[in-house]
Ligand binder design. Structure first.
Ligand SMILES: Cc1ncc(COP(=O)(O)O)c(C=O)c1O
Length: 368
């Protein structure tokens, strides 16, 4: 039993405060509740985060990925190169459009898609590369874009975890052909649920607007087959409130991460690639003896989480004859899945809580 463990420190702390509640009530009293003025304003304001790209709001990050692939014409017979060390939504979107995910390994340092592995995975059927800015660290899109250009491929950024991240000064969501954000409550900013697709191409943006609304821009003048992936105005109003505070929250996450970097000795802190602006959706260390370390953190009432204990190529929908496809030999992915541990880094942490987080890891951890 640990004496004086203190109040629990949650792994994440989504904000639904007075500003969000008042914004939601304002919309509900106003009567325009789906894809109305709040959604249009949210899209305009979000463009400020992605170098002025077109922004198309949708119902979730998964819908953003799904519709981005559809809008870019990716479909049956195509292959899409994805990391396996990600949330299943990335590869699910590929399968939902009838294409085949081709899993490539990650870089040990950034936990993101390895451009050399992606290059080795390009084949005659490859249509797109989908890097994931995992934990808020931008993937090496600066190396993936030239690769994609050589082969005529699209680059769809999974920026679900990377609001306000950047690479060499270019924001996530403005690095590839399209960018896909999530506004799930635990993300760096949220809209209760929601997503955003960003693109520099006006035609792609228009196709996305059609796809999210049954293929219609004008009511009953259906142009293509689409889905219902509309965002509600309640969600957009909440998202707009969160967007106002994103810059402040991001600086706090980065300051919290810098504090932990300096204090943590019982694990390997997350490295940051040259030119990368990491926004620490997660502060993810590598630790030896993860199960024991987590038990100790639990005793110390320090929240932690493992993203992701099973690489996607080992999940049931992606198996072949009940086992991982022998084509996927992903040693860095498997090593990361066995070693990673995400610690609290959210903006609500106090200095005293940060010290407790670092102390708990240093008492329990070990450097792999
Ligand atoms: C890397 C990644 N991709 C996609 C998604 C899907 O986003 P959503 O949950 O909003 O559908 C998430 C979020 O959960 C994610 O973390």
């Amino acid at each position: 039993m640990t004496v004086g463990a203190g109040e629990p420190i949650p792994a994440a702390s989504p904000v639904i405060g007075d500003a969000e509640i008042e914004a939601a009530v304002r919309v509900l009293r106003g009567g325009r509740v789906v894809q109305g003025p709040e959604v249009a304003a949210f899209e305009d304001e979000f463009a400020g985060l992605v170098a002025g790209r077109y922004c198309v709001a949708v119902s979730s990050g998964t819908a953003a990925l799904h519709l981005a692939l559809l809008a870019l014409g990716v479909g049956p017979g195509d292959e899409v190169i994805v990391p396996s060390f990600t949330f299943a939504a990335t590869a699910n979107a590929v399968r939902l459009v009838g294409a085949t995910p081709v899993f490539a390994d990650i870089e040990a340092d950034s936990f993101c898609l390895d451009p050399d592995a992606a290059a080795a995975a390009v084949g005659p059927r490859t249509a797109a590369i989908m890097p994931v800015h995992l934990y808020g660290h931008p993937a090496a899109v600066d190396r993936l874009v030239p690769l994609a250009e050589r082969h005529g491929l699209a680059v769809v950024e999974d920026a679900a975890q990377a609001h306000a991240a950047a690479l060499h000064g270019i924001p996530a969501g403005a690095l590839g052909t399209a960018g896909c954000f999530s506004f799930y409550p635990t993300k760096n900013m949220h809209a209760l649920e929601g997503g955003m697709v960003t693109t520099a191409d006006a035609g792609t943006a228009r196709t996305l607007r059609l796809l999210r609304n049954q293929g219609m821009e004008q009511r009953y003048a259906n142009e293509i087959v689409g889905v219902n992936a509309r965002m509600t105005d309640v969600a957009a109003a909440v998202g707009r409130e969160q967007l106002k505070r994103l810059a402040d929250w991001t600086e706090r996450r980065r300051a919290n991460a810098a504090f932990l970097d300096a204090k943590i000795t019982g694990a390997v802190p997350p490295p940051v690639a040259a030119g990368a602006r990491h926004v620490y959706h997660q502060y993810t260390v590598r630790v030896r003896g993860r199960d024991g370390a987590r038990r100790h953190l639990d005793e110390r009432r320090v929240g932690s989480a493992v993203y992701y204990p099973a690489p996607v190529h080992r999940l049931a929908p992606f198996l072949r004859d009940g086992r991982p496809d022998p084509r996927w030999d992903l040693p860095e992915t498997d090593r990361a899945a066995a070693e990673v541990l995400s610690l609290p880094v959210h903006p609500a942490l106090t200095g005293e809580e940060l010290i407790r987080v670092a102390d708990a890891v240093n008492e329990a951890g070990g450097v792999p």
